[in-house]
Design a protein around this ligand. Structure first.
Ligand code: 3HC
Length: 283
């Protein structure tokens, strides 16, 4: 299959990044959020990101216009009938994702491959709500999508080889390096990363160090581009907590118990950069 038409549903941090790189790669992209104002925000973000590339001399004005011209914005799922591949990047909520995939399965033509950008939920479970579980796969991107090189591909139990080939093709088209993970909770990267971020929250909670010192120590001591608290704020504390809760439920192992401080911050609506406050204050 040659993927020409890509649909992306949910245009928050991850979805808008996927839309941008796909349009830059020459694909025709249909982007949708059920909330139209999020479409407007994503559109502005992509325009800003591409304009920065023009300023740096990495993209011409014509290419910027052509890239934006390849993106169509909609709030209607009905418009997705004729896509080759549809990537879901909505909120990390299993019920919401299941509901969306049931609807997409009804709307999309037989050829359409469905994919989820979930960071932790069972891809097999999501595949099973459709009548095309063989044409279903996990495509896990990383934030910021235009910068991060990795695409983690997750095969559901039911995914067939033709669908895996589509995943490889989209990875190549978007200039990402592929790593394939089995469908086990949080896959490879988040299974490793999220307990680390949680441990940093415990280190803060127990007063072992200040937020600044924890981040500085990890940056300088381990050569990480961001400290773990800064990275948690960047990813979203709600996302970090949601992944931890999935790991805890799935494996029943106390090592995945979320730090109470992290849970409290989420309850307060302190979700990190996107709300202006998390471990740090961005106001
Ligand atoms: N969109 C597009 N480009 C961006 C960007 C964005 N949001 N943020 C930064 N960039 C680009 C800059 O334009 C710059 O490009 P250039 O080298 O061509 O000039 C380059 O990235 C470096 O940016 P900066 O100099 O502004 O800033 P830094 O050097 O501090 O890098 C960073 C910023 C790339 C975000 C770096 O801090 C980093 O790699 N942080 C870690 C990110 C990470 O770990 N992401 C994974 C999170 S986990 C995840 O996503 C999974 C999920 O399921 C939870």
């Amino acid at each position: 299959m040659s993927i020409q038409k890509l649909g992306v549903i949910g245009v928050g941090q991850m979805g808008s990044g996927i839309v941008q790189v796909a349009a830059q790669a020459g694909l025709t992209v249909l982007a949708s959020d059920k909330d139209g104002s999020r479409n407007e925000k994503a559109k502005a973000k992509i325009e800003k990101g591409l304009s920065r590339l023009v300023e740096k001399g990495k993209l011409s004005d014509e290419d910027l216009k052509a890239t934006l011209g390849r993106i169509t914005w909609t709030t209607s799922l009905q418009d997705f009938a004729d896509q080759d591949l549809v990537i879901e990047a909505i909120t990390e909520n299993p019920q919401a994702k299941e509901e969306l995939f049931k609807q997409l399965d009804e709307i999309c033509s037989e050829k359409t491959v469905l994919a989820t950008n979930t960071s932790s939920i069972s891809v097999t479970r999501l595949a099973a709500v459709t009548r095309r579980p063989n044409k279903f796969i996990g495509l896990h991107f990383f934030n910021p999508v235009p910068v991060m090189k990795l695409l983690e591909v997750i095969k559901a139990l039911s995914t067939d080889e033709a669908t895996y080939a589509v995943a490889k093709e989209i990875g190549e088209k978007l200039n990402k390096q592929i790593v394939t993970a089995q469908d086990s909770a949080a896959f490879i990267v988040n299974r490793t990363l999220i307990p680390f971020l949680n441990e940093a929250a415990f280190v803060l909670y127990e007063g072992v160090g200040t937020a600044e010192d924890i981040d500085q120590a990890i940056k300088l001591g381990l050569n990480h581009p961001m400290g773990p608290l800064e990275l948690s704020d960047f990813v979203g504390l709600d996302v970090v907590l949601a992944v931890l809760d999935v790991l805890y439920r799935e494996f029943g192992d106390v090592k995945y118990r979320a730090c109470p401080l992290l849970r409290k911050y989420v309850e307060a609506g302190w979700l990190g950069r996107k709300t202006g406050r998390g471990f740090y204050n961005y106001a």
